[in-house]
Design a binder for this molecule. Structure first.
Ligand code: SF4
Length: 174
């Protein structure tokens, strides 16, 4: 077993101590650097950084980042939820490591939409109808999967179809 134990630290975000969600950092007692590309391949990391290595996942509205000696999870309801997620990750890390002979390691995250490609398809009139201050802001939100073609009322049918086709090439979990 590669990852045997960790120490859990739970805290409220400093920026807003009254905010009803918790953050958790698990300090790992073993170094899992070598397992990260296998974990990325088996779970489909959203982002993969090579140096220092880290893989980020988006799972049910949470962002989970796995580093060689640390796992960070945000937007947690309570300590019980943190424990469940950490135990699940521990199993996944150990399984990916045990099966590394069958898994092709992956050193990059999922492809992401390009903000400028989205912006090209928008009317660029900054008309405010979508509730955003500019088309650029809308494009940035669409690139994260928060907005899509249905959220810009100023799009004509042709551009709406093109934006839909473009965004459908990417996976979002928001
Ligand atoms: S509704 Fe469309 S055109 Fe208007 S600001 Fe929003 S994205 Fe731009």
């Amino acid at each position: 077993m590669l990852l045997e134990s960790y120490k859990k630290e739970i805290f409220r975000p400093e920026c807003n101590p009254s905010f009803q969600s918790l953050h958790c950092i698990a300090h790992l007692d073993q170094d899992i650097t070598e397992a990260l590309p296998y974990l990325n391949a088996s779970l489909g990391g959203f982002e993969y950084l090579k140096d220092p290595p880290a893989v980020t996942f988006r799972v049910h509205g949470k962002i989970i980042t796995v580093h060689p000696r640390e796992i960070a999870v945000n937007a947690l309801r309570d300590e019980e939820e943190a424990e469940k997620i950490l135990e699940w990750l521990k199993r996944e890390i150990n399984e990916a490591w045990e099966k590394r002979g069958e898994i092709k390691p992956k050193y990059e995250g999922l492809p992401k939409p390009k903000l400028l490609e989205i912006l090209k398809l928008l009317p660029k009139t900054n008309c405010l109808e979508c509730g955003q201050p500019t088309c650029m802001v809308f494009a940035a939100l669409a690139a994260q999967g928060v907005k899509d073609e249905e959220d810009c009322p100023a799009l004509n049918e042709e551009k709406k179809g093109l934006l839909k086709t473009y965004l459908s090439r990417f996976e979002f979990d928001v």
